[in-house]
Design a protein around this ligand. Sequence first.
Ligand code: BEZ
Length: 221
Amino acid sequence: MRLGATIPNFTAETTQGRIKFYDWLGDSWAVLFSHPADFTPVCTTELGRIAVHDHEFKKRGVKVIAHSCDKLRSHTDWVNVRHQIVLSGYSRRLSLPIIGDEKRELAVLLDMIYEDSKDNEEAALTVRALYIIGPDKKLKLSMQYPASTGRNVDEILRVIDSLQLTTRLKVVATPANWTPGTKVMILPHVKDEDLPKLFPKGVEKISMPSGITYVRTTTDY
Ligand code: BEZ
């Protein structure tokens, strides 16, 4: 699962019925994320947080699908008894599908397991893998967290914003700790003479100690 790899067109059973991945994805962006197990506290907060931000994913045209190696029945029990709401205080219903991968085939196919349990069929816990997939079905960004560390949904939305912006503009990249509306970096291969046409509202050139002007920023996007 290297960046740029094409996600295979897998078939999966989900809490919302069987899906063929490409049909489900359509022309959208997608977040596919695994959690280690149902009825566990950190996973509960993650699903709760994602439910709270449901409209943020929709606004960005991003479909979200969850995964674990539990049985489908376990997923539906977990969601139906609304443990995520009781535990995390989020008063939202979960609208996303959850893949039931009890044979852990998808977990293996998509590289979502620990190194030391990859050949052990009994070890069903996945890591907290999260893949952002483009409309071209290619992997754009990958995060892998251990079971001990819950993910930050604000960071997931931030990197989606970066990916969508840089895909649209092609000649910029977002700097460390970037947030939407703040300065972006112009890629080094862009010629100075092309800047006025590309960014009519202006570009700032930063003087560097080396004397080489390779840091050029803009908020014109
Ligand atoms: C949790 O979600 O709380 C969790 C799941 C598996 C291992 C450790 C923590």
